[in-house]
Every structure is written in structure tokens, then in C-alpha cells.
Design a protein around this ligand. Structure first.
Ligand code: CUA
Length: 330
């Protein structure tokens, strides 16, 4: 392929892959944190553009001014030392660096976590290969991959990992914080508008790193309260004989890794199932939570997310029974 065609293809891919909808980047902020980050980024971009344009203008001007007339091959005059020029091109970058430093420190102060208050949502985020466990420590709720927060609230977050280093990042709502085994990190976030915001594990953590997403629902206070009271309810009881059989399967086969108690204190290796079908996605927020997708998952998890630690062989009739029960878990 000719180099021109390669460049054209790359440009086209860039446009297609960047998508057309509102992209989940901090340049499209939905929180004061992302707003400060975007402001810093734009200011630095403007400074860089001004420097680039001025340098290019000088370069082109000198190239034109000092070129030899056609046919004249005289080598250019060699010049050594020019104190005025050398001081200028040292002082200007130093000044620019000081400006960058001051702007960065100001931004860091603007996005520093506010002091803890009784109204905060306290969230414990636990990174797993390859999904997120969310524990609302002052609400008694354990869930996975999907967060609900009320608009305007301060969410104080502690982060731990059970295996390797992950990084928690919802660009429109907050900065990025590494999730490190053996070390508890802290961050905070807040959202200024309701909506759904997508996050992504931002530290390479193995085969399915790309399929370790976060979906944040920023709710009105009323919607959030309704979500909380539903999540705090115990898992529903089976009614029909098939649901009862499915419940027994889940309590037997699944219970060693998954809990049906929404306030489970024990750390299980798999996501809490108490309100599974209140979520819109599963498997690291990468698959829509539909009966069909979940059937595929129970049939062969490795086909849908190779390398994940869930490996189980279930007969089709077992899958039917389990699904009959799981579907109740709204
Ligand atoms: Cu977890 Cu990348």
C-alpha cells in the first residue's frame, strides 16, 4: 500500500473510531473536576499553538530571506555566539514553564477532595480481573460494574485491588486513580448533571483489560433514593417450582463465588447477584444484560470473555432453571 493510502486510511479510522456521539472524555465535562482539567488542557494547547505558529513563521521567514539566488552555491556564513538570542531563547521557555507550573498547581488545588461530610456517599471500589466491585459502605449495598450516584453529591472513594493494578477512570466525572493491590488509594468525584457516563479501567491488567468498563448513572435525588431502597431489599424468593429449582442451583453451584445477600460482608470472587437484573450490563459492563446474552454466558463464559476466572459446565436444563430464578432478581 502506498504511504499516501496508509495515511488516508489512518485518518479515516481515526474519524470513525472517535465516534460521532458525545464522547466520554474530560473535554466533554459533566463535573467541576473534569471542567478544571479541560480548562488546563485548553490553556496549554493554546500556548503550544502560539509557540508552534511563531516558530514556524520565523523558520519560513529565515528560509526565504537567507536562501542563495539560483546558481549561487556559496556556503552560508558561519556565526558563533549571540548572547542576546541565547538569553532570549532561554528566558522565554523558562517563563512558559513557570506559567505551566502555576496553572497546574492551581488546577490541582481546585480538584482536591473536599473535607468529608456526613452527606457524602462513601464508596469502596475493588478492582478484579476484569470487573469492578462497588460497596456503598454507609448504605449497606454491594453491586458491580454499574454505579448510581445522586447529582451534585460528593462521592468519597477508597480503592483496593484483589489481584493486579487497575485504574479507575470515568473521564467526564473525575481524574484517574490507580487501584493497587496492598495499598488503599483515595479519590473523589461529583457530577453536575444527570445522565449515564462511561468509564474504563485505565491500567493494562491482562487479557480482558479493554473489557473492564464502568457505567455511572447520575440520578436525581429521588431516583437515587428509589434505587437505594430497592438495592437494600433482600433478594426475592422463588415462587414457581422452576424458580425454586433455579434458586437451589444458584445457592449450591454459584454461591461459592457469588452472594445473594446485597449487604454481604464477605468478599466473594464474583459479582453480587442479589439485584442482578436491576443492572443493564454484565461482565465488566461490556454485554447488555439480556436473557439471551446471559444464556450465552452460562453456556460458555470463556467464549464471551476469554481468560475470566468463571469456568463452569452447565447442562441446558440447568441453565434454564438458573435463568428462571436470576430473572427475578430485579
Ligand atoms: Cu483492570 Cu485494566
Amino acid at each position: 500500500m502506498k504511504i499516501f493510502h496508509k495515511c488516508a486510511l489512518l485518518t479515516w479510522l481515526g474519524i470513525v473510531l472517535s465516534g460521532c456521539g458525545p464522547s466520554p472524555t474530560f473535554l466533554n465535562p459533566a463535573s467541576s473536576i473534569a471542567e478544571h482539567e479541560a480548562k488546563l488542557y485548553n490553556n496549554i494547547l493554546i500556548m503550544a499553538l502560539v509557540v508552534f505558529v511563531l516558530v514556524e513563521i520565523c523558520l519560513i521567514w529565515i528560509l526565504i530571506r537567507d536562501r542563495n539566488p539560483k546558481g549561487d552555491n556559496t556556503p552560508p556564513k558561519q556565526i558563533y555566539g549571540n548572547s542576546k538570542l541565547e538569553i532570549t531563547w532561554t528566558v522565554i521557555p523558562v517563563l512558559l514553564t513557570v506559567i505551566l507550573f502555576v496553572m497546574t498547581v492551581q488546577t490541582m488545588q481546585s480538584v482536591a477532595a473536599p473535607a468529608a461530610s456526613a452527606n457524602d456517599i462513601n464508596l469502596h471500589v475493588i478492582g478484579h480481573r476484569w470487573w469492578w466491585e462497588f460497596d456503598y459502605t454507609n448504605l449497606g449495598i454491594k453491586t458491580a460494574n454499574e454505579l448510581h450516584i445522586p447529582v451534585g453529591a460528593t462521592v468519597q472513594i477508597t480503592l483496593d485491588s484483589v489481584d493486579v493494578i487497575h485504574s479507575f477512570w470515568v473521564p467526564q466525572l473525575s481524574g484517574k486513580t490507580d487501584v493497587v493491590p496492598g495499598q488503599t488509594n483515595h479519590m473523589w468525584l461529583t457530577a453536575d448533571q444527570t445522565g449515564v457516563f462511561i468509564g474504563q479501567c485505565a491500567e493494562f491488567c491482562g487479557l480482558e483489560h479493554a473489557l473492564m468498563r464502568i457505567k455511572v448513572f447520575v440520578d436525581s435525588q429521588d431516583d437515587f433514593n428509589a434505587w437505594v431502597s430497592n438495592q437494600q431489599k433482600p433478594a426475592v424468593q422463588p415462587q414457581t417450582a422452576e424458580e425454586q429449582a433455579g434458586f437451589e442451583d444458584v445457592s449450591g453451584v454459584c454461591a461459592s463465588c457469588h452472594s445473594l445477600n446485597p449487604a454481604e460482608s464477605e468478599n466473594k470472587v464474583g459479582p453480587n447477584l442479589a439485584h442482578l437484573f436491576s443492572r443493564s450490563t454484565f461482565a465488566g459492563a461490556t454485554y447488555d444484560l439480556t436473557e439471551e446474552n446471559l444464556r450465552g454466558w452460562l453456556h460458555d463464559t470463556q467464549l464471551m470473555k476469554p481468560g475470566n476466572i468463571m469456568s463452569i459446565k452447565l447442562a441446558p436444563e440447568e441453565i434454564d432453571r438458573i435463568l428462571a430464578y436470576l430473572k427475578l432478581l430485579k
